[in-house]
Design a binder for this molecule. Structure first.
Ligand SMILES: [Zn+2]
Length: 293
């Protein structure tokens, strides 16, 4: 079913990376710059992530002995240093997720480079290291951001959708690994309801909302693939939803051959496979140099 599966370490059949984008309340400030600060309901909905959900998620990971990847806007690194410290001290990875969740498609040009580099600076100051990976806010990566990643030595992107399993992106200036996303493993469609940013979906019950994720996992497991949910602490970190994810993790770690890894570990593995001459599919960028009419 997958033409060229990636051999995973220790005979694992599937790589699993539970990724969390800790957007917190950046979403309301960028969506409503004039008065977002005084819209207390969405601010509180976002704050639930770093203050209530992150400690809960980290406790699960500690108990299961796993390390995972988080993507956090630079503004959130500055605003929630306690959550950042807790994530890093448990050995998890924090990737670049913009400055204040600005959409790269609407901030092309000098302001995009400025925001990208401002976030890098926050990583350097607060995390003590540059990020290895990047995920675009709302997946809206542009060629300019790809070029910024290559220029600043990032190793992977996780915003694009051209394959089921990780693949290589090449540009004239360098290369990145792509850890592909898709909407079927994103928790916004089943769980987000956010009128202020124009996202009105009927909220599904925890097991109904997560059922599609588990079907995605089973297909990837059967094909020897890669399963990467894209979750948000303020959505899937809520009590009843996380309880189900935690149980699922316990179950697959006990009964399946999975490699539960940080995305930077997967990038290391891809580097090693590539050095051994393993054929990994490549997509060349840019796709287009101008409008196609
Ligand atoms: Zn985000």
């Amino acid at each position: 079913m997958i033409r060229n599966p990636i051999p995973w370490p220790n005979g694992a059949r599937c790589a699993v990376a539970i990724t969390f984008d800790m957007d917190a309340d950046s979403l309301i400030h960028i969506a409503r710059p004039e008065d977002g600060f005084d819209r207390l309901y969405p601010v509180s909905m976002g704050r639930y992530g770093p203050t209530v959900a992150i400690p809960r998620i980290l406790a699960t990971y500690r108990r299961l002995g796993i390390r995972q990847s988080f993507f956090i806007p630079g503004w959130c690194l500055e605003t929630y240093p306690g959550a950042v410290e807790a994530i890093l001290s448990d050995g998890h990875e924090i990737g670049h997720h913009g400055w204040i969740h600005e959409d790269p498609v609407t901030t092309r040009g000098p302001s995009q480079a400025e925001a990208f580099e401002k976030a890098l600076d926050a990583h350097r100051r607060i995390c003590g290291a540059l990020p290895r990976g990047y995920r675009a806010p709302v997946y809206n990566v542009t060629q300019q951001v790809i070029d910024l990643m290559v220029r600043h030595g990032l190793r992977y992107d996780s915003s694009l959708m051209a394959d089921d399993i990780p693949y290589r992106l090449t540009t004239a200036e360098g290369a990145l690994w792509e850890m592909p996303v898709h909407w079927g493993t994103d928790d916004w469609p089943p769980f987000a309801h956010y009128d202020e940013i124009g996202y009105m979906m009927p909220v599904r019950g925890p097991s109904a909302g997560l059922a599609g994720f588990w079907e995605e996992f089973e297909a990837q497991y059967e094909a020897g693939g890669f399963f990467m949910p894209i979750l948000h602490p303020f959505l899937t970190g809520r009590l009843a939803r996380w309880r189900l994810v935690e149980r699922w993790l316990e179950e697959i770690m006990a009964s399946r051959k999975v490699w539960v890894a940080r995305l930077e570990d997967i990038a290391d593995h891809l580097d090693a496979l590539s050095a051994q001459g393993h054929d990994i599919r490549t997509e060349r960028l840019p796709y287009y140099r101008g409008p196609q009419t």
